[in-house]
Each structure stands twice: as C-alpha cells, then as structure tokens.
Design a protein around this ligand. Structure first.
Ligand code: PLP
Length: 361
C-alpha cells in the first residue's frame, strides 16, 4: 500500500532515459557520467542508471558515493563538488575520480593516495564564464605544471560547468575553449590530457543540435536523465520520458473561504509580507505537505484549473474553485516537479517514496 504524502519515482522510465542518453552520447564519442544528486543520491535511482548501461556514477556528496560503494554498485565513482583538504582520505576511499581546482587540496589528495598506495584520478575544472568552480584560464598552465608532478594523482584532463550559478548558457564557442586549451597545454607542457568533460544537462543541447565541438568526450548529466528536462533552457528534452519523479499529497481540508485574510497583515512564518487579491469566496484545499517537504514555487498540479496560492512549513494551499475534477477531503493531488522542487522533495526525510517499476511488477 502506498503511503502519502510521497514522491513517485518511475525507475523504469529513468532506466530508459539513462540508456537513451548513454547511447546518444556514445554516438558522438562522449562518455556519460550519470549524476545522482538531483535525486539526493537515491540508491534505486543510481541502480537504474547502471541498469541503463551507464558505467560512471557521479554525485556532489561524498556520503552518497560511500552509500553506492557500500551497497555494492559497480561503477566508477565521480565526486562532483570540490573536496576540502581535510576529507582527502574519504575522497580517496570512496571516489575514483574527483573534480578539483585547488593545489592545496590536490596535495592532500596526493598524500592520502600515496599512503593508501592508490592512484586517484582528477579532472581540473576551468572557468569559461559561469563563475562557479574553475581555475581561471590564464592560471591554468602554472596550475597544471604543479598538478602533473604530484605522486598518487593522475590528471585525466580538464572540464567545465556552466548554467548552475551564473546561468551562462553553453555554446559551441565557450565549450570549444576547453578543446583549444587542452591542445595548447598538451603541446607546451608535453603531457596527455585525454578527458575533456564538457558539461551537464544544459550542454546536451549542443549534442542535439550537432554543435558539440569535436574533442569533448565526457558529460556529467543528471536532470536530463531523471526528469527529462533542462531547467537552464526551460525545456523538455525531446524523445525522453519526462517527469519521472512527481509528488502526491492528500487533501486535509476543503472549504469555501474568502480570498483575503481578516485582520492586520504582518509577516508570514518565513519573514515575507504576503499580498492578496480579492477574488471573493473561493474553494480552497489544504494539502498534507509544506515547505519542509518541497519548494512550493516549483510544483505544478497535474489537474487543470488548480492554482498553488501559498505554503507554510507543513501545509500547501490551493485554490481549487476552477478544478476540472471534483474534489473531496482525502483525495490525492499529484504535482510535476521543477529541478529545485525535485531536489527538495528528494532531500527531505518526511516524504514516503513510492517506487514504480514495470519491469519488476
Ligand atoms: C550538478 C552537476 C552536474 C549535473 O547537472 P545536471 O544539470 O543535473 O545534469 C554536472 N557537473 C557538476 C559539476 C555538477 O555540480
């Protein structure tokens, strides 16, 4: 029996997306790391990636990679978020590859790897404009000279990330910067940098448009596989299953009420001063789910005519006056989830998880 409120996680559709994304990448010579962080490192989602043929699992959290390893998932583990020097031992233990931009951290990783008699692989992130993590391009040659000398560390190559902080869109121009940099560095430093990790879901649009610069041979994709969406470009990925993680919550109160509160308006529980439009008496539903479960601005009811009007910690308020379906207390409302809403719904401890998998039914 399904318990509510819950997320609905369509493992079969995620598996299909994983397989399709892997094939599309492979057709252009791109190796795909499946990024599990959008599903907060959910083990079953990670397993669905592998069943879809993906061989590299990536997450921003070392504890998720640890969970994958301890559950016996057989994949190369890639740590996405830059580690800090103090966690070098854990990084060596649970990640096969990590993304890096700081020499102090690389030195700590080198030391830990030598102690464990391991070779830890790293990809050096380069900034191409989004201004989250990345060595500045001018600093890269000196950085690499030092990085290449570290024992216990194998520099696989360089990578970049856009779309996440600055919202900078990937283009063939800002992506090709990496290929040019790599070519120059290989010549001047007389080294091999075989991997160029081009980007995330946002960058996959270049593959679709056949605009991916030759030489880019690695992608790190999560959202596109999990939800079939690309939030940076505000679009659905063509041909992929979409909305494979949704949210369902029951109605706990359904009443006609005025649309404007009575009394002096102060600040709400989150410090905001709410404003109301007087639409007269409306039929309002309260759902058994709130801000502690999901980011309310990213949820979209699947029933036509329902509007989300607000949320407190434990309640989501809907105007259901124009709902195309007649509703009663106890009825279930399902929502599509934007990236931020999905992330919050998978991170909370409060929601049940309803896994759906036609293959194992
Ligand atoms: C989150 C993240 C990704 C994956 O992003 P999606 O949009 O989910 O595909 C890739 N690389 C890095 C460095 C990330 O932090």
């Amino acid at each position: 029996m399904t318990k509510y409120p819950c997320t609905n996680i369509h493992l079969d559709k995620i598996r299909e997306n994983a397989s399709q994304m892997r094939e599309k990448c492979a057709a252009s010579g791109v190796k795909l790391a499946g990024v599990a962080k959008g599903a907060a490192g959910d083990l079953k989602v990670a397993r669905a990636f592998l069943e879809g043929g993906i061989e590299q699992l990536a997450d921003s959290r070392i504890q998720n990679l640890k969970k994958f390893k301890e559950a016996g998932l057989e994949a190369e583990m890639l740590l996405l978020r830059l580690p800090h020097p103090g966690e070098a031992e854990d990084v060596i233990k649970y990640a096969d590859i990590s993304l890096n931009t700081e020499l102090k951290t690389l030195k700590a990783l080198s030391k830990a790897a030598i102690t464990k008699n391991k070779k830890h692989k790293v990809i050096i992130m380069v900034d191409v404009g989004d201004l989250r993590e990345g060595v500045m391009q001018d600093d890269l040659p000196d950085f690499l000279v030092e990085a290449l000398e570290l024992d216990g560390i194998e520099v696989l190559g360089i990578g970049t990330n856009v779309g996440c902080y600055g919202g900078v869109l990937p283009t063939s121009t800002n992506t090709k910067v990496l290929v040019d940099l790599r070519d120059r560095l290989e010549t001047t430093l007389n080294c091999k940098l075989p991997v160029i990790s081009g980007g995330n879901t946002a960058t996959s649009i270049l593959l679709e448009r056949d605009e991916l610069p030759r030489g880019i041979n690695h992608f790190r994709i999560g959202e596109g596989i999990i939800q079939g969406t690309d939030v940076t470009h505000q679009r659905d990925l063509m041909g992929f299953n979409r909305q494979n993680i949704t949210l369902t919550a029951p109605i706990i109160e359904l009443k006609n009420k005025p649309s404007v509160p009575t009394g002096e308006i102060g600040h709400d529980a989150f410090g905001q001063k709410p404003e109301f439009e007087d639409k007269g008496t409306r039929l309002r539903a309260i759902l058994e789910v709130g801000r502690q479960d999901v980011r309310p601005d990213g949820v979209k009811p699947t029933i036509e005519g329902i509007e989300v009007i607000g949320a407190s910690s434990d309640h989501l308020l809907l105007d259901v006056t124009d709902s195309e379906k007649e509703l009663e207390v106890g009825d279930l409302i399902t929502f599509e989830l934007g990236y931020g809403a999905m992330l919050s719904a998978m991170t909370t401890n409060y929601l049940y998880r309803n896994y759906i998998d036609s293959e194992s039914e």
